[in-house]
Design a protein around this ligand. Structure first.
Ligand code: HEM
Length: 495
């Protein structure tokens, strides 16, 4: 066979190999033409500017609740109408995350957030009991201890001078998740400037940049760039820490088993947390592993632990900080919340309906996860659109929460929307914790942490606005304020 014939044959084989992808891409293109959406040039310009949320808001106003964006060869179909969101989140065929989530894999591997299909289902079943409210209530006490530390650390700032409260909150949230989910005391609040927190911040920043850049999404090249090296440095810190915690807890569990076998367990056990023994989420995974009940490798466990560390502290830090910012600007709401926190002290778990409404209204305006997406594996009908296989579907929660039909004057902070009128709302008008089979597994934990921290802060301090400051919400992996959360505080007179 001549060289030309060989080359032609190779091209033909290559063409046949990629024919299904080519045909599918042509179908995606045909479908994309039926939807409005920005040009590549507009996309590039706005990615460069970095104000993605404002831009998405503008697109929603310009194109309506369904539009499309091409990110390289990936077609993303954006939905923000409550009826569409209901269909999407309740759909059992839509359980795989989109390709975007692969960027998280160097850190979270195939943990609950990034996993899909049968493997996700098995892990979700295994972890769900750990989030049972009865079990969570065991962690109220250590949570309150961390709240006391937070209140005490803020004393140095209680002089009426504006400051950025975010660093205080994020260390508190890190301690809360380490102690309740992992079973260790990290004392991040007392040993501030934690390397771990800095590593989390680095990785979120880097991955956000990566997710909006075509060439940086290619890991083969990315890892050799400055930013890639920065990411890998942060990953080393994060993985080393998680592996250390896993080792520590496993040793402890084995020691306890030994003690139990020696029948030396008449009295209450003490653990390294220094209190009555509580089973952290990590313990449940380790016990399952030790008992051989499910095939869980050390790497599997690390992935779940990392997922909790990520989802369980960044999301709540952001929600607490935005809630305080809003309360500082709405003195009447703050006063009502303070009175409730004072009158119902210690009842955060069962009660505090007004504070709960404040939290929901905060998450409506500043949803910690402003959008999330799924991969379409088979053609799927959503409203009047048949979304083809290979596209990804994106729920724009930030825009869903600004639908003027459900939330008149949507930018106004008004907790009474939830306090008085929640029952009249469309059931999918608010979806800060997502919904359906892939909803947030840590939702109850998050609400408990938010209520405990906000109520103890309100009992201790009055929050006042920094008049020159308006938080700039940035759509990182978790929504954050790009310019911190500045406010001032003074101690409350006891009355
Ligand atoms: C204000 C706090 C929180 C908010 C607003 C929030 C929101 C969400 C949302 C919207 C999702 C779905 C994401 C997606 O589909 O891509 C999610 C998933 C998840 N969240 Fe949360 N979350 C919060 C706190 C927490 C906490 C405290 C934990 C753990 C202790 C946690 C653990 C998870 C996990 C593991 C998933 C993946 C669940 C699965 O796919 O099966 N979250 N969260």
């Amino acid at each position: 066979m001549s060289t030309w014939a060989l080359v032609a044959f190779a091209f033909w084989a290559l063409f046949l190999r990629y024919l299904p992808q080519i045909l599918n891409f042509l179908r995606l293109q045909r479908f994309a033409k039926t939807l409005p959406g920005p040009s590549v040039g507009e996309l590039m310009a706005n990615l460069k500017k970095g104000e993605i949320l404002n831009w998405l808001k503008e697109l929603r106003e310009r194109h309506g609740p369904v539009f499309r964006i091409w990110l390289g060869k990936d077609l993303m179909v954006m939905f923000s109408h409550p009826e569409d969101v209901r269909q999407l989140l309740g759909n059992n065929a839509l359980l795989y995350k989109s390709r975007n989530y692969r960027l998280l894999e160097p850190w979270l591997g195939k943990g609950l957030l990034t996993n899909g299909g049968e493997s996700w289902h098995r892990r979700r079943k295994l972890l769900t009991p750990g989030f049972h409210f009865r079990i969570l209530s065991e962690f109220k006490e250590p949570m309150e201890e961390n709240c006391r530390i937070l209140v005490s650390r803020l004393k140095e700032r209680a002089n009426g001078e504006p400051f950025d409260i975010y660093p205080y909150i994020t260390l508190f949230a890190l301690d809360a998740i380490c102690e309740t989910a992992m079973g260790i005391r990290k004392h991040a609040q007392l040993q501030s400037d934690s390397e771990y927190v800095k590593a989390v911040q680095t990785i979120c920043r880097v991955m956000h940049k990566q997710s909006f850049s075509f060439w940086q999404r290619l890991n083969i090249f990315f890892k050799y760039t400055e930013m890639g090296k920065e990411r890998d440095g942060a990953l080393r810190v994060l993985h080393d820490e998680t592996n250390r915690v896993i080792r520590l807890r496993r040793e402890q569990l084995l020691k306890e088993r030994e003690l139990q076998e020696n029948k030396d367990k008449d009295k209450d056990e003490e653990n390294d947390v220094g209190g009555k023994r509580r089973l952290a989420f990590l313990d449940m995974l380790l016990l399952t592993q030790l008992e051989g009940g499910a095939e869980l490798s050390d790497v599997d466990i690390r992935e779940e632990v990392d997922t909790f560390m990520f989802e369980g502290h960044d999301t709540t830090s952001s929600a607490i900080a935005f809630a305080l910012s809003l309360l500082s600007k709405h003195a009447e709401v703050q006063q009502r919340a303070y009175e409730e926190a004072r009158d119902l002290e210690g009842r955060e778990k069962e009660s505090m309906p007004y504070l709960e409404a404040i939290i929901k209204e905060t998450l409506r305006l500043y949803p910690s996860v402003p959008f999330f997406s799924r991969q379409v594996l088979e053609d799927m009908q959503v409203g009047k659109h048949t979304v083809p296989k290979g596209a990804s579907i994106n729920c724009l929660i930030y825009m869903l929460h600004r639908d003027p039909v459900n939330f008149p004057d949507p930018e106004r902070f008004d907790p009474d929307r939830f306090y008085l009128n929640e029952k009249q709302m469309h059931p999918f008008a608010f979806a800060a914790f997502s919904a359906g089979p892939r909803n947030c597994i840590g939702q109850k934990f998050a609400m408990l942490e938010l209520k405990c921290s906000l109520s103890s802060l309100l009992r201790s301090y009055q929050f006042m606005p920094d008049q020159d400051h308006q938080p700039i919400p940035l759509a990182e992996l978790v929504m954050k304020s790009g310019n911190g959360v500045r406010l001032s505080i003074k101690p409350r007179r006891l009355n």
